[in-house]
Design a protein around this ligand. Structure first.
Ligand SMILES: Nc1ncnc2c1ncn2[C@@H]1O[C@H](COP(=O)(O)OP(=O)(O)OP(=O)(O)O)[C@@H](O)[C@H]1O
Ligand SMILES: [Mg+2]
Length: 345
């Protein structure tokens, strides 16, 4: 996979740096983190743990509830994924003393001190958190980070989500707006994970072809690239439509023609798949709406006067590409989006 610079990641971890990894929805963030966790654990150099924080989402500005859920993910993650139950033993006493503003940091610190290998922690879906809970998490990570090496802490923390957490504007319950960058305040790298390249997209289909012997008309591949530009969900969903949803094609001696490809593409576009529905949700946000409607009006230059923050946001969501020219990210989105815009306006 060329989508991530593994060298860079290994370097950052070895250099004890924390960093942000972000990519649009359904690009393989979670799969990548889980794979990274296994690789790091197998290397024998680190203890790596993946944890999600969606469970804290419902707590919103209830920091105690939110942090309790996050501490729970850490403790149970270590127990279930690593068979390390020490955190379960420490949890209660640490929470009694440090509670929502320090228990997470303190548990990580205690774990780092007691563990024979440095700890790499991957926190997924950070953007599920909002408000005071997110600020508390970021500040505890920062406190732990800057307290080293005097006070043990994780070797590296990887924050993962759709957006670069340093760009978030976080609304506190006191009506302040704090940026993620100032709360996290770690001079950390931010890596963006891309979509598949054209070669990777074709390699994925080549795997199916090699396994089943099914014949694909080569004329399909340039179309597939235009349609998806390597967006991983679209690439997988097109494959599924072509070789499974089309019942005749389940018989692997049935060759896949360009005509079948076109029919599969139409079915996908009209399928109301969740991924495509999520695009529609995003279009309800005024700043997304503004950028997209200008692009659809056919004038990429007209976006020149738009706040670059908004453009970056829409790019982070995976809706547009900015290089070599600014445009909607792929041909399927270009068809789905106008339809959604007319529905939602
Ligand atoms: N290396 C890969 N090869 C093939 N398919 C992949 C690869 N990585 C991800 N995918 C596909 O992309 C989809 C999304 O994967 P995953 O859940 O890891 O992404 P995500 O970015 O965490 O998504 P979300 O934004 O919903 O959390 C999955 O359906 C998976 O099949
Ligand atoms: Mg995910």
């Amino acid at each position: 996979m060329t989508r991530l610079d593994w060298e860079e990641i290994r370097y950052l971890i070895a250099a004890e740096k924390s960093f942000v990894l972000h990519a649009p929805r359904q690009t393989g963030k979670t799969s990548t983190l889980l794979a990274m966790m296994d690789v790091l654990n197998q290397s024998g150099e680190y203890t790596a743990l993946y944890m999600g924080v969606e469970s804290a989402q419902a707590a919103r500005n209830d920091v105690a509830g939110g942090m309790k859920a996050i501490v729970g993910s850490l403790v149970e993650g270590a127990a279930n994924r690593l068979k390390d139950v020490r955190l379960r033993e420490w949890r209660e006493s640490v929470w009694e003393i440090h509670a929502e503003f320090g228990a997470f940091r303190e548990l990580l610190s205690r774990w780092a001190k007691d563990n024979d290998k440095p700890i790499v922690l991957m926190i997924d879906e950070v953007d599920a958190l909002v408000g005071d809970t997110l600020i508390s998490l970021l500040r505890q990570l920062r406190d732990g980070y800057i307290g080293r090496p005097g006070v043990p802490f994780a070797q590296s923390v990887i924050l993962c989500g759709v957006r670069d957490v340093r760009d978030y504007r976080i609304h506190t319950s006191h009506n302040e707006i704090i940026t993620g960058g100032s709360a996290f305040n770690i001079k950390a790298e931010s890596l963006r994970m891309g979509s598949f390249s054209q070669a990777e997209t074709e390699a994925l289909y080549a795997q199916h072809i090699a396994e089943t012997g099914q014949v694909f008309d080569p004329a399909i591949f340039p179309e597939l690239w235009e349609d998806t530009h390597g967006q991983p969900w679209l690439v997988n969903a097109m494959g599924h439509e072509l070789t499974w949803k089309d019942k005749a094609a389940r018989d692997r001696s049935t060759p896949i023609t360009l005509e079948q490809y076109r029919a599969a593409r139409e079915r996908l576009i009209y399928s109301r798949a969740t991924h495509l529905d999520q695009l529609a949700d995003k279009l309800r946000e005024p700043r997304v709406h503004a950028v997209i409607s200008r692009l659809l009006a056919g004038n990429a230059l007209a976006t020149g006067d738009m706040p670059s923050d908004d453009l970056l946001y829409v790019e982070d969501l995976g809706l547009i590409r900015r290089f070599p020219v600014m445009e909607i990210a792929n041909r399927i989105y270009r068809e789905v989006i106008p339809r959604e815009l007319t529905y939602s306006t």
